[in-house]
Design a protein around this ligand. Structure first.
Ligand SMILES: [Mg+2]
Length: 267
């Protein structure tokens, strides 16, 4: 894919941090790019793996940064998890190692959330900023005593960026539980294809007219490729030219930042 092909894309699936902003700093091209896309009959969605916060939290965060955002602009790993659970465990009571916000989203979607491990028919792991040792104990016991219990993780990220560096995300807690119990969860979020596929089905755009845009090869670019749609890497976040050169997975297109999409559309 080269830059001239950007004009054919009807639906852009954007990662957030590192792609449209960095921490609390909005990139100068973000607002003009998003409005240009909709003005020209194109569309976009925001794809986030972070399951610790609700869509309402994200709408508020983006509006604070100056991005006009509505709940329907988002596809989250929690929403994709709900979709998966509806297909495989409809209405099942769940033990959730996640935030109050994730629990509310799951119970609001028709899955009773139980604090009693013995009442659970499935386990959901999220990015749990409210993690306690009791939850680790309960999940370890369930995974050991009930080898067939469905065990699902919203996202595989090992770390989440902060202003000082990194803190453990869902993937690190799952790795700890794997060390203890030998079990690995089924993963829903990026790099699995479920989130881009959910966005595509909601928007009704053919996959060849879609692209994922993100700053991480092993989550953003991979999820596009796993869903059969092009992955556009931006070098405005986590990936350096050295990381790109060393990666076995190559993006379909590499841009300095997402502002280059705006330039290409106006050319
Ligand atoms: Mg990112």
């Amino acid at each position: 894919m080269d830059k001239t092909a950007l004009g054919k894309i009807r639906l852009f699936l954007f990662d957030l941090d590192g792609t449209l902003y960095l921490g609390s700093r909005l990139f100068p091209f973000t607002r003009p790019l998003l409005s240009r896309l909709r003005e020209t009959g194109r569309d976009y969605r925001f794809l986030t793996n972070n399951s610790s916060r609700s869509v309402a939290d994200y709408v508020a965060k983006l509006r604070r940064l100056g991005i006009p955002a509505a709940p329907e602009d988002f596809v989250t790993s929690a929403q994709a998890t709900v979709q998966y659970l509806r297909e495989t465990l409809p209405g099942a009571p769940l033990y959730v190692c996640g935030t109050a916000s994730l629990k509310a989203e799951l119970s609001g979607a028709g899955f009773p959330v139980t604090e009693d491990p013995d009442a659970a028919a499935g386990i959901v792991m999220g990015y749990d900023t409210e993690l306690t040792y009791q939850k680790l104990w309960d999940v370890s016991r369930l995974l050991t005593q009930r080898p067939d219990i469905p065990y699902i993780a919203t996202n595989p990220d090992l770390v989440c960026p902060t202003e000082f560096g990194f803190v453990p995300d869902c993937g690190s807690v799952c790795a700890m539980l794997q060390t203890a119990t030998g079990r690995r969860p089924l993963v829903i979020g990026k790099p699995e294809p479920r989130m881009p596929r959910l966005a595509i089905s909601r928007c009704g755009v053919p996959p060849e007219r879609c692209a994922v845009v993100g700053d991480r090869i092993y989550t953003d670019i991979k999820c596009g490729q796993n869903a059969g749609i092009p992955g556009i890497l931006v070098l405005s976040g986590e990936t350096t030219p050295e990381i790109l050169a060393a990666s076995p997975d190559k993006p379909d297109l590499v841009l300095r930042d997402a502002g280059e999409i705006l330039v290409a559309l106006e050319a």
